[in-house]
Design a protein around this ligand. Structure first.
Ligand code: 8OZ
Length: 376
């Protein structure tokens, strides 16, 4: 019998009970970048996932781009995360945190001393970020601020910050590992892609140069905590956050071949437009080709896929061998017991988009399990 979605899998050092992952999901419920007790409840409720990937979590103040998203650079932030990892481990779950630097997707109000966000080049993204008015507590989407181009002399510091955050995550906060956010038009993806990177130094121009920062950061994280505890998320063709590349297939062929020897736990690929359609107009992409390139180059990490998977497509992906793990996003917001529901082919709770970003327990920790629905 072939492998199913519900079979265990080894991803580097991570021994996972099944092949269903909770995708990283921004929830904006961590004022002052500190996860609260309800965040521990939220993740613990979902601990039957083979792997929980936390919401994107800033590696530094400069890496912050949205109101009330958590961090990994302050002791109070790490203390908050300790409660989360303890609650998940108590329920037998596995949890990694997503290392995030937003680059140009930020706002001066969120930056150290109100400074400009940083980017490969001084090109403003046609994108929105999310701010919360301190007085009224109301959230709103606002245009991102004009960024300044990073000086090459600043890049080693950013690479170091990725490694420091990874060490904080594993050694202090108790995470089982980390996922590097290389997707969705944030800093590392901005360096990768021609739409945001017009540099003329060693970090711009050729594919090798554009991939340099992502690979340096990944190697530094691997050196800090070991490749078996490291995953990476990529989104070859997403239009999220106004990102684009003139020729993504050879770019990602190169990136994936460079990642192959690092002994990563997994590679996580968003197929299509993040949170949207699996095909993006005018941006064809051959995902099987980059998976084959990864294996050909010796990559042994688990292959995780994401975006608009339903039960049937997820089962097909694993049973056919196309993927080792499937990450579910929005379905995990509204179904804490998603694994059980998929196993039983039970109906899913619908999600409430109005409570995705910001707020409290409503739309966060109050979605019922199957059992609670029966009792209620
Ligand atoms: C939705 C809202 C804010 C941020 C991503 C971290 O797309 C995000 C994000 C998603 O990766």
């Amino acid at each position: 019998m072939s492998t199913t979605l519900f079979d265990p899998v080894q991803a580097g050092d991570l021994q996972l009970a099944n092949r269903i992952a909770m995708a990283p999901l921004t929830r904006n419920r961590s004022p002052n970048a500190v996860p609260k007790d309800i965040t521990a409840t939220y993740y613990a409720q979902r601990a039957t996932a083979g792997l929980l990937i936390t919401e994107a979590t800033a590696i530094s103040h400069q890496g912050q781009g949205y109101a009330d998203v958590p961090g990994l650079y302050g002791s109070d932030q790490l203390d908050g995360w300790k409660k989360v990892t303890a609650a998940v481990h108590e329920r037998g779950g596995k949890i990694v945190t997503q290392l995030w630097h937003v680059g140009r997707i930020s706002h001066v109000d969120l930056q150290p001393e109100g400074g400009q966000p940083v980017a490969p080049s001084a090109i403003t993204a046609k994108a929105k970020t999310y701010l919360v008015d301190r007085d009224s507590g109301k959230g709103q989407f606002v245009a991102t601020s004009e960024p300044r181009a990073l000086d090459a002399s600043e890049l080693p510091g950013i690479v170091h910050t990725y490694a420091a955050a990874a060490r904080n995550a594993v050694e202090t906060a108790g995470f089982d590992g980390v996922e590097i956010h290389g997707a969705n038009g944030y800093l590392l993806d901005q360096f990768l892609k021609t739409g945001a990177n017009q540099r003329t130094d060693d970090y711009g121009g050729s594919i090798e140069n554009r991939a340099r920062l992502l690979l340096e950061a990944t190697r530094a994280v691997v050196d800090a905590i070991g490749g078996g505890k490291v995953g990476i998320r990529l989104s070859p063709v997403t239009p999220a956050n106004d990102i684009s590349d003139a020729d993504p297939q050879p770019l990602f062929d190169y990136v994936i071949r460079q990642l192959a020897p690092l002994g990563l736990a997994y590679v996580h690929v968003i197929e299509g437009a993040t949170g949207g359609p699996r095909e993006v107009d005018g941006r064809p992409f051959d995902y099987e080709a980059i998976k084959a390139a990864y294996r050909e180059a010796g990559g042994q990490g688990a292959w995780m896929v994401n975006n608009a998977y339903d039960r049937a497509l997820a089962m097909e992906a694993v049973e056919s061998g196309r993927a080792d793990i499937v990450a579910f996003g929005k379905a995990y917001i509204s179904n804490p017991d998603l694994v059980e529901r998929l196993r039983k082919d039970a109906p899913l709770n619908e999600w409430d988009q109005s409570t995705f970003y910001g707020g409290g327990e409503k739309g966060y920790t109050d979605y019922p399990t199957l059992q609670q629905s029966k009792q209620g």
